[in-house]
Design a protein around this ligand. Structure first.
Ligand code: HEC
Ligand code: HEC
Length: 271
């Protein structure tokens, strides 16, 4: 059968996408990203779309102070306090490729949610704030930024978390084995210089507990999720903890006081 050359080209590029997908999948399974199969975009789209993407990037980096987003934030964190390097760090809750798995079903909400909804959920929980309205300029700008960071990733519906192609698999360690007393000692020697012995943060280094931190409904408030994050991201610039030490520190940090999550208080005025 003869194929129209255009279809052939399309098939060729589809094959390229399969290869990229394979790279992304092995990143997820291997737990580390050796080399990114898809380059991180550097050039903004032209015109108004590019302006929206740039706005989203600015908001993600300065969420708690930006005039368009600060009213929705209830602590002193920015999205990039956790999603390191504006979400471009492939190991620390990466935004790279994240848009390619949405809409997706989440067990937490028992709903199929869009990327926009997912962003707004982090406002309610990780940012201890309220949801900006769906479709508002701030919400659309953040979604545009994350979609831009997902260029080149094939759309792939995900049936179970962790979701984005660069999300890190959960540590395989029983959370019940956590030793918070040992975690306290490690926190003092490994974390307190930046995050404070009272957890409130030092200078530009963000708080990890207390009234300005993430609330009890946040992903990181679960010891296994915080441990997985620490293993991949902390100490900043030199993540080197063993699985057990990461879990022990997570148990200590999450045993400290933080805002309590009550869903109704975080819904905002949007639909
Ligand atoms: C306190 C840390 C923290 C902050 C701050 C934070 N997030 Fe998150 N975010 C997380 C964690 C943890 C997850 C993964 C949650 C899980 O596995 O349930 C996540 C997941 C996400 C995802 C899903 C990624 C994927 O691969 O599916 C998106 C999108 C996201 N966050 C956007 C945002 C945006 C936008 C902001 C700022 C408004 C933000 N986050 C602020 C911790 C944070
Ligand atoms: C060299 C300083 C430094 C050290 C040491 C360090 N961190 Fe961080 N940490 C940071 C910075 C800076 C950020 C925010 C990144 C940003 O804004 O770009 C951060 C972010 C975090 C976050 C997510 C944001 C938040 O505040 O909730 C957690 C949780 C965290 N660190 C915990 C720890 C723990 C636990 C340790 C010890 C194992 C540790 N860090 C060691 C500097 C450090």
């Amino acid at each position: 059968m003869k194929r129209n050359p255009r279809i052939k080209a399309a098939l060729g590029s589809a094959f390229g996408l399969v290869l990229m997908a394979a790279g992304a999948v092995s990143a997820q399974e291997g737990g580390t990203v050796k080399s990114l199969a898809v380059p991180i975009p550097t050039e903004l789209p032209p015109g108004d779309l590019g302006k929206t993407v740039a706005l989203g990037r600015d908001i993600v980096n300065n969420t708690s102070t930006h005039p368009m987003s600060r009213q929705y934030v209830g602590n002193s964190l920015n999205c990039t306090s956790c999603h390191l390097d504006g979400g471009t760090n492939p190991k620390a809750l990466s935004f790279l490729g994240a848009a390619s798995v949405y809409p997706t079903f989440t067990p937490r909400e028992k709903q199929t949610i869009t990327l926009e909804d997912r962003n707004l959920n982090c406002f309610m929980r990780s940012m201890n704030g309220v949801r900006p309205p769906n479709g508002s300029e701030v919400s659309v700008a953040i979604a545009a930024y994350i979609t831009w960071l997902s260029e080149g990733y094939p759309v792939k519906m995900s049936l179970k978390g962790p979701f984005g192609p660069n999300s890190q698999p959960s540590l395989k360690i029983n959370p019940a084995t956590a030793d918070a007393a040992h975690g306290k000692t490690l926190y003092a020697s490994t974390c307190a210089s930046c995050h404070g012995s009272d957890g409130a943060g030092v200078g530009k280094f963000p708080p990890v507990w207390g009234s300005k931190s993430y609330n009890s409904g946040a992903g990181l408030a679960q010891n296994i999720k915080l441990a997985t994050y620490l293993k991949n991201a902390m100490p900043l610039g030199n993540p080197n903890l063993s699985d057990k030490d990461a879990l022990d520190i997570a148990a200590y940090v999450n045993a400290q006081p933080r805002p309590k999550f009550v869903l109704e208080e975080h819904m905002g005025k949007g639909k």
